[in-house]
Ligand binder design. Structure first.
Ligand code: ADE
Ligand code: ZN
Length: 322
């Protein structure tokens, strides 16, 4: 029985397995520049974040209809459930679809259809977080938030905003205005920071964007004062160990700083990021760190407990304090 856990760092587009990509390509008459699924998998040799993003955005060409997004999310939820995921806070990249002429309505209605039946079918509760692409302009992010207004909670499934894509050279402060607007709309706020970018981007995401969780946050270990702040303020970090190896943020899993981060008192969680590309889903990431880092059963339980503490779920204390 896999440990029950919440997944808090998962890009739904990153769950597009080669088999589904080819099935959707055939369904939509999209020609892929790969002979078959083996050839596609062979291309998953990444040297850094950008080399991954180039392939990832390219393969999104097969996602065109509401059914495509529903099938994508349903396939992820089935796999996640099998690995013990009971709650998933799912990222999507609206700008990557809008730019290809796929409407926000198509994306959200498709994902929403799978999410709506997820508890009944898979036993997984869900929330949706829309990410702004940090290598696009601040104006584009604001426009995207405007387009998303009909789909925001409580009427719609979108509960929060995030920030992803190429990090270095695109500091969080670029998105101050859109995060202020998101906060005014009652949305939760998270941001990728400190994956490839410097620790200062983590500080900026907290101070300027009001981020409640930091996605990755790996490079905080380079700044002891920042670590002390993250510990003191119980800021959750959504780490993605297999992703870090595949995108070369760490050389090998055995050198991942996760054990030292837990020892330092950081509220770490373990997640899959883009599981179809990085070699595994949430449970696979737990298994990989258990083996490579020799984590004890207590440490693994701590990670699973952290995932629920860090989730945007209503906790008992919240209810009691009302
Ligand atoms: N988009 C999908 N996966 C990502 C990652 N690991 N970092 C930044 N943007 C992403
Ligand atoms: Zn990510």
């Amino acid at each position: 029985m896999p440990l029950p856990k919440a997944e808090l760092h998962l890009h739904i587009e990153g769950t597009l397995e080669p088999e589904l990509a080819f099935a959707l390509a055939a369904r939509n008459g999209v020609e892929l520049p790969y002979a078959d699924t083996d050839a596609l998998r062979t291309a998953y040799e990444f040297t850094d974040l950008q080399s991954f993003l180039d392939l990832y955005y390219g393969l999104m060409a097969v996602l065109r209809t509401e059914d495509d997004f529903a099938d994508l999310a349903d396939a992820y939820l089935a796999r996640a459930a099998a690995q013990g995921v009971r709650h998933a806070e799912i990222f999507f990249d609206p700008q990557a679809h809008l730019a290809r002429g796929v409407a926000m309505e198509t994306v959200v209605a498709g994902l929403g259809r799978a999410l709506d039946r997820s508890e009944a079918v898979h036993g997984v509760s869900t929330q949706l977080i829309m990410c702004f692409l940090r290598d696009e302009s601040a104006a584009s992010a604001l426009e995207t938030l405007e387009t998303a207004k009909p789909y925001l909670a409580p009427q719609g499934p979108i509960v929060g905003v995030g920030l992803d894509s190429a990090e270095v050279g695109h500091p969080p402060a670029k998105f101050r205005e859109v995060y202020e607007a998101a906060a005014a709309l009652g949305l939760r706020r998270v941001a990728h920071a400190g994956e490839e970018g410097p620790p200062a981007y983590i500080t900026e995401a907290l101070d300027v964007l009001g981020a409640e969780r930091i996605d990755h946050g790996l490079r905080c270990v380079e700044d002891p004062e920042l670590v002390a702040r993250l510990v003191r303020d119980r800021v959750p970090l959504t780490l993605c160990p297999l992703s870090n190896v595949r995108l070369r943020a760490v050389d090998v899993l055995a050198e991942h700083p996760l054990p030292a981060m837990l020892d330092a008192g950081l509220l770490c969680t373990v997640n899959s990021d883009d599981p179809a590309y990085f070699g595994g889903y949430a449970g696979d990431n737990f298994d990989a760190v258990r083996v490579a880092l020799g984590l004890s059963p207590e440490r693994l339980r701590e990670l699973a407990r952290n995932s629920f503490l860090a989730a945007f779920l209503e906790h008992d204390e919240d209810r009691r304090s009302r």
